[in-house]
Design a protein around this ligand. Sequence first.
Ligand code: SF4
Length: 642
Amino acid sequence: MSQNLARKILAAHLVSGSLIPGEEIAISIDQTLTQDATGTLVWLEFEAMGLPRVRVGRAVSYVDHNTLQTDFRNADDHRYLQTVAARYGAYFSRPGNGICHQVHLERFAVPGQTLLGSDSHTPNAGGLGMLAIGAGGLDVAVAMAGGPFYLTMPRVLGVKLIGKLGPWVTARDVILELLRRISVKGGVGKIIEYYGPGVASLTVDERATICNMGAETGATTSLFPSDEQTRAYLEAQGRGEDWKPLTADPDAAYDEVMELDLSALEPLIACPSSPDNVVPVREVEGLPVAQVFVGACVNASYADLMTVATLLRGKTVHPQVSLVIAPGSKQVFTMLARNGALADLIAAGARILEAACGPCVGVGQAPPSDAVSLRTSTRNFKGRSGTPDDQVYLASPATCAAAALTGVITDPRKLGTPVVIEPPARFAVEDNMIVPPAANPEEVQIIRGPNIKPLPPFYPFPERLRGRVLIKVGDNITTDHILPAGAKVLPLRSNIPAIAEHVFGQVDPDFARRAREWGGGFIVGGTNYGQGSSREHAALAPAYLGIRAVVARSFARIHHANLVNMGILPLVFADPADYETIAQGDEWEVTDVYTALRRGDRLVVRDITHGRTFELTYHLTERQIAVLLAGGLLNYIKSGGK
Ligand code: SF4
């Protein structure tokens, strides 16, 4: 039977289940990726499994999110991550080497293989024909231990690309167009696979940009074929031997199909405060801009920054604009330094940061109050920049450069002759900042500073839940809302008791105190609860505060899995209208939880406050129910579960 590429790769890695959309499958994982903000917890979880070495083909541990080191805590995390990687057999990408997704694309991604990463933008490697999925940390820890990854078989959305990008139109505009069409929920339960005659004209870096921000649609992952562009990229990285051709069969079927004409696109921009709030740049032209940030894993490649440097050469950044640049990797940084482009950027007035996530995750360069920040980063969720009332717009490097020069949002087509950057025949390949696993691991001492706290205990799920509604939130609540990132909170990622104080910190600063006083309780959410980052802290910290159930209209994929892994029951209103009738402080009781879950029956909530009952459903596999009843995935695995 003719197959699309996603199904071919899934079939080659299938461990259990069948490739029927909606059914649970398990796939083997070839590579794993962790970063510092989620990685300390992943490694603590891996250690708790008691294995002597990782059992995955290749595990890579990156430090890229929090490199600010305002005190010992951050530095403690880095040292722990370096020593634990050496001890257990992972490669360690040192701070300064770059953002995990950019470096992984450059140095490790392999067409046709599977990658599981504890970061939601792991699909970046789909630009190289790799099936790359973002997941919660515990799922990644299990993959590092050699276990399969369980997921619900997604539908495959085939996006047929035709035409060619016009002048000043970029890969960023392609993914913004997709977000405009399908929204931050439109990819849920799907793999987005690109095919058609328009594919060949896109470079691997452009494809990676499109796959990276596919995460914003809620998709499981995004995928491009492996073709001559892929071969050229891998050869320029000195990895030609990793190339193999991969494509969908000519008449392959997709569960859904969409056509996207690249030549019909124009420069687009995502307005505050959601990546799918997309309009043509020309519609918001003239808006004064206070800050421009060019960086992040999605648009800080060599070609991206060369575009900006070329546009800025011999000019000066507008006096009202702070232009901040963070290269995606040391490789990119080195090439800019060697060819003079870095000097062009500095001379024009750009403020250069190290190759790391930085402003994208709220670590430094918070924008001013009541002012526009235009960024090439992935997300513009309210407050993620570090400024509570921020107005963050997202656009391509060319659109950002135009605003940096004019001081206002400007359609880059007004800049004249378009800049065309050819992919280099050879990238600056120097892996001197990637530390291989230790040759004598038994001699490695794992260094745990005082900021590395042990994991809290997990308890089996109770038969009866009784408690109050601690908070009721609206639609599209992100993991940034549930547990913020930023320079203040990120250093606490390996200290769950401390980070738990920040749960819902930006939404309701009183939440943690109330949860402690009320002895836990229920969280109530709207649709797409938990979208955005993969951080499992957004499940683990609430679990630590005593929350055993979240009731919402619907959940984002990774957060739903994280809740289960942490022993929190994700429940859905049987009648969505019930959401409207609930208020913070309502007291609920749910009995016979075990019996109902084992039978697949609905759970009945007794609303003690209002003297009524209503029903809840759930989308849980048999295995997930077993995980929940055990009190989470770690308990389940320790008790012999697979
Ligand atoms: Fe880092 Fe931002 Fe990319 Fe996340 S989205 S990996 S914070 S650059």
